[in-house]
Design a protein around this ligand. Structure first.
Ligand code: DQA
Length: 146
């Protein structure tokens, strides 16, 4: 079983970026935790971050070819803007969980709308880096029991 964890724009700045919203953990440490979690369950976890919409779309298309069974995605600012990224996920039909570190609903109104939530299996927000772990644990369990 293979699971892809995708991170959108500016998440490479985690640790440095607005820690009051996004916490102190770096993207590397988050990814390492997720890869380890996968290993403990014989699941291959691949991670990818990009600041470019194009690269994220291409990565989703490649995921289809690779037979990725589940995606955990934090589309970051593209959450609120990207029909193209939404269409990529809809196109490959790979089930996904949407994750946000911050509670987007407690923030600016423009963060309340997501182009992904209605297609997602579920959405986690406001739980910080742990949100990724919960999403991955869910996806692993889903794959093991199907
Ligand atoms: C985010 C929330 C988005 O509104 C924001 O643009 C981000 C990160 C989060 O993880 O809380 O870049 O997706």
């Amino acid at each position: 079983d293979k699971i892809l964890v995708l991170h959108g724009p500016n998440l490479n700045l985690l640790g440095l970026r607005e820690p009051q919203h996004y916490g102190n953990a770096t993207l590397d440490s988050i990814n390492q935790t997720l890869i380890e979690l996968g290993k403990n369950h014989q699941v291959e976890v691949t991670t990818f971050q990009s600041n470019r919409e194009y690269e994220l779309i291409e990565r989703i298309h490649a995921a289809y070819v690779e037979g990725i069974a589940y995606i955990v995605i934090n589309p970051a600012a593209f959450t609120h803007t990207s029909v193209a990224l939404r269409d990529a996920l809809a196109g490959v039909k790979i089930p996904f969980v949407e994750v946000h570190l911050s509670n987007v609903h407690a923030r600016e109104a423009f963060r309340h709308r997501s182009y992904f939530s209605d297609l997602a299996t579920g959405v986690i927000c406001g739980l910080g880096a742990q949100g990724y772990e919960f999403a991955l644990t869910f996806a692993i369990k889903k794959l093991k029991t199907q």
